[in-house]
Design a protein around this ligand. Structure first.
Ligand code: MV4
Length: 679
């Protein structure tokens, strides 16, 4: 076979976020110049900064930017890119991009058009795989869609059966039929749904496996007739067909099953003359029988676990194969070592049905200097998660000599992730990897629904230590101390240590022996009573007292002395909330009324938040300004309208947190307002 060799000098990455960053990293290490593309929402994104060159390709919605084949090709031509890497999602499995690349004489980093097309249709894929001897779930995927034929097929397969839309995918358009008498209705319903969702009412029928595992094999092929596998990944832990945890190798997999699954995957790749990186997905039942599900013709989100156990860089392999080179290793030289896990960290709220969250990541940090830990991310602290794209914040990958080591590292690494500003699934992921059933290994695709209650917040095994009991008081002490330091700092910067505000603060704390502060913790309202005694906050906790001293260090680190014992924690402040990271857990508290220390401050004291995202076009007051209720303080331009932020009461503008020209997110803490104390 003659294969033309081409050298990629400039690579355009038709994607964004962590995967764009990850591809850029490898390209750079291979000496390849990189071109990022970006939508209007991503002008300041990390992937843009990471690339050598960047091209704007349109407005924020993906349909107007990342999915615009014409603009991508134009950008490649404009920047002299000789290849395009599609990443995952977006256009990665769209044959039209591969075709447009071929027409423009640009290398597409992926398989050839016919392979993408063959795997894009479920029934066609099954036909090809059946001929290649790849095991299929007992079922029917014929062209005859008559009611009689379908019903007869279901009877032959035996109940329960699963009806799937031929045109479906990712779990869409599936329906289980348990009994023969429900079949006719089931077929009619499934056809209606398939027609409405995909404009195509053709169905497949399969034997329904009640508790399958999802095991997939990484394959690679070149244009010289070589095809290899790089072992399997278990991705059984999913929520609504979204993978949550992935690992390699699949725990507890019988060696004979492993070998025959890998062989079946290579057979599948060869059956379609596959070139490049691909994944062959199987479902597997309890006794190790496995069946072809689909083939993904792209690099997958979870490829890092394979990289961890093999020590290979799959993007480097993709580039080499696209250039017409041979696979870097033959099968006998590919080996797996240890065990790897990956979790997907999302801006979503597990306590509100996993609702995606958007807004600013006011704090974002990952474990540093931990062996066997990899973090793939496309955002940095201060970035925002927008409504336009997938709200994944990062992937956290751990590797260990064995699964126990990888698991322990994952648990620890999750405990060291610092995210504030957006609700996220880190605590939820930690509960998964610490769950006994998950630790035991080999869970099925029903894991999350089976253990729903254990995995919910506030389940077994949380809290109860003396430190965790003191968290609210520690959070309160940190808030008070931060406020005090800020006041002192601002007074110094202003050159006036005797400013009324600084004076008022000190006066307030020393004045009354007892202060009160209310923190909201989830749905709980915690009222804390405290006083300041020689630089130490003394909290009343029922009969007992806790003495807390707090000192701040770099990066939000704080040292607290709790009744004389030192603990090391971190604090992140946002608007009127504090998150204390301690003992692997994030404890978030919202200050109910800022500085609500008894009679000193009025009802309307506190932080004034931006009512919507926008740009501050005017700030009418200076810090320390005395204002009357209703006076204009700032003007926010949002959605082409001007919104005047007014004083909520008669009082003082104690601190200004933004200036004219600043872009602010919804809920941003614009200023601290202090009601005038009645005399
Ligand atoms: C199945 C199945 C049980 N029996 N097919 C879901 C997504 C699609 N790719 C295939 N899916 C399934 N097909 C038969 N014959 C159960 C699932 C399934 C599933 C598969 C893999 C991973 C997670 C899953 C969650 C629910 C259902």
């Amino acid at each position: 076979m003659m294969t033309e060799m081409r050298t990629i000098r400039t690579l355009l990455i038709a994607n964004r976020g962590e995967i764009a960053c990850r591809i850029i990293r490898t390209a750079r290490s291979l000496g390849i110049r990189t071109v990022a593309v970006y939508s209007e929402a991503d002008a300041a994104a990390l992937h843009v900064a990471a690339a050598d060159t960047a091209c704007p390709i349109g407005p924020a919605p993906a349909a107007d930017s990342y999915l615009r084949i014409d603009r991508l090709i134009e950008a490649a031509k404009a920047t002299g890119a000789d290849a395009i890497h599609p990443g995952y999602g977006f256009l990665s499995e769209n044959p039209e991009l591969a075709r447009a690349c071929a027409e423009a004489d640009i290398l597409f980093i992926g398989p050839d058009v016919p392979a993408i097309e063959a795997m894009g249709s479920k029934a066609a894929a099954k036909d090809i795989m059946a001929k290649a001897g790849v095991p299929l779930v007992p079922g029917y995927h014929g062209a005859d869609q008559g009611a009689d034929t379908l019903e007869k097929a279901a009877e032959n397969i035996g109940f329960p059966v699963l009806l799937k839309a031929s045109a479906g995918g990712g779990g869409k358009g599936m329906r289980v039929v348990e009994r023969a008498e429900d079949l006719a209705d089931g077929i009619a319903g499934a056809k209606r749904e398939a027609a409405a969702a995909f404009g195509d009412d053709r169905l497949l029928i399969e034997k329904y496996l009640t508790r399958p595992r999802h095991v997939e094999v990484q394959v690679f092929a070149d244009r010289h007739g070589n095809a290899v596998h790089l072992f399997e990944r278990d991705c059984s832990v999913q929520r609504r067909h979204q993978k949550v945890v992935e690992e390699a190798p699949a725990p507890g997999l019988d060696e004979i099953v492993r070998t025959s699954m890998a062989k079946a995957a290579i057979d599948a790749a060869k059956a379609i003359d596959y070139v490049g990186a691909g994944t062959v997905e199987f479902i597997m039942d309890e006794d190790g029988a496995f069946y072809f599900m689909e083939m993904n013709t792209r690099l997958q989100v979870e490829h890092p676990v394979t990289e961890a156990i093999t020590g290979e860089d799959l993007v480097a392999w993709q580039i080499r194969v696209a250039e017409g080179g041979t696979l870097p290793l033959t099968q006998d030289r590919i080996s797996a070592s240890g065990h790897a896990l990956e979790v997907r960290i999302y801006a979503e709220d597990p306590e509100r049905e996993f609702l995606p969250q958007t807004g600013r990541l006011s704090r974002l940090a990952f474990p540093e200097d931990m062996d066997g830990v990899r973090v793939d991310t496309g955002v940095i602290e201060g970035d925002s998660v927008s409504v336009h794209y997938d709200p994944m914040i990062a992937k956290l990958i751990t590797h260990g000599r064995d699964r126990a080591e990888a698991l322990r590292r994952m648990s620890r690494a999750l405990g060291e992730v610092r995210i504030a500003g957006l609700a996220n699934n880190v605590p939820y992921l930690k509960r998964i990897v610490e769950h006994q059933a998950f630790i035991a290994g080999g869970v099925d695709t029903r894991f999350i629904e089976t253990y729903r209650e254990d995995l919910a917040a506030g389940g077994a095994g949380e809290g109860g230590t003396w430190e965790s009991d003191s968290m609210p008081a520690l959070a309160a002490a940190a808030l008070l101390e931060a406020e005090r330091l800020d006041v002192v700092r601002q007074a110094r910067l202003g050159g006036d240590p005797y400013s009324p505000w600084a004076m008022a603060y000190g006066w307030r704390l020393n004045d009354s022996p007892q202060h009160r502060l209310t923190l909201l913790h989830g749905a709980d309202e915690l009222v804390l009573l405290y006083r300041l005694e020689a630089g130490t906050y003394v909290f009343e906790q029922g009969e007992k007292q806790v003495r807390i001293g707090v000192s701040f260090h770099a990066n939000g680190r704080l040292e607290a002395r709790l009744d004389g014992i030192s603990i090391h924690a971190e604090a992140a402040f946002e608007d009127d909330a504090i998150t204390v990271f301690y003992g692997g857990t994030a404890h978030r508290y919202v200050l109910k009324t800022a500085l609500a220390s008894g009679a000193d401050a009025g009802e309307n004291s506190g932080h004034v938040a931006a009512p919507m995202p926008g740009k501050l076009i005017a700030v009418h007051v200076a810090e320390g300004a005395e204002v009357a209720k209703g006076d204009p303080l700032m003007v926010l331009e949002a959605m082409k309208m001007e919104h005047v932020i007014r004083a909520p009461d008669d009082g003082v503008v104690a601190a200004l947190h933004y200036g004219p020209g600043d872009q602010v997110e919804e809920g941003a803490d614009l200023l601290l307002f202090e009601t005038r104390i009645a005399d």
